[in-house]
Design a protein around this ligand. Structure first.
Ligand SMILES: [Zn+2]
Length: 108
């Protein structure tokens, strides 16, 4: 068993578990009902925790968690030049190097 994620928000913890299960990684939640009443800040050791059952899934589980944390909710964008789907974190298409507004980067 390895701890891969903990957060004061049960919603985020449930989302992490859902994504792990989608990735085929078996996991359990601990402290699920330990947090305090709404509006009351739970001490960090009472936060719900996501544990994976198989240690060998650790690396993949961490990837899933990282992916969720870097997902700022901004949708991917489609390149107007080549139609490639680009992650929201990038301002330029990695395929044809035009920017997300459709202008082509100057060729040198
Ligand atoms: Zn492109």
């Amino acid at each position: 068993m390895k701890l891969v994620y903990t957060n004061g928000s049960g919603i985020l913890v449930a989302q992490v578990r859902g994504n792990l299960e989608m990735a085929g990684i078996e996991c359990v939640i601990r402290n699920e009902y330990a947090s305090g009443a709404v509006g009351e800040l739970a001490p960090i050791d009472a936060w719900p925790e996501v544990w994976i059952l198989r240690d060998r899934d650790l690396e993949r589980a961490q990837q899933v968690v990282r992916q969720l944390q870097t997902d700022d909710g901004e949708a991917d964008w489609q390149c107007r030049q080549c139609g490639n789907d680009c992650p929201s974190a990038f301002d330029y298409c990695w395929h044809c190097a035009s920017d997300r507004y459709g202008s082509i980067a100057p060729q040198s």
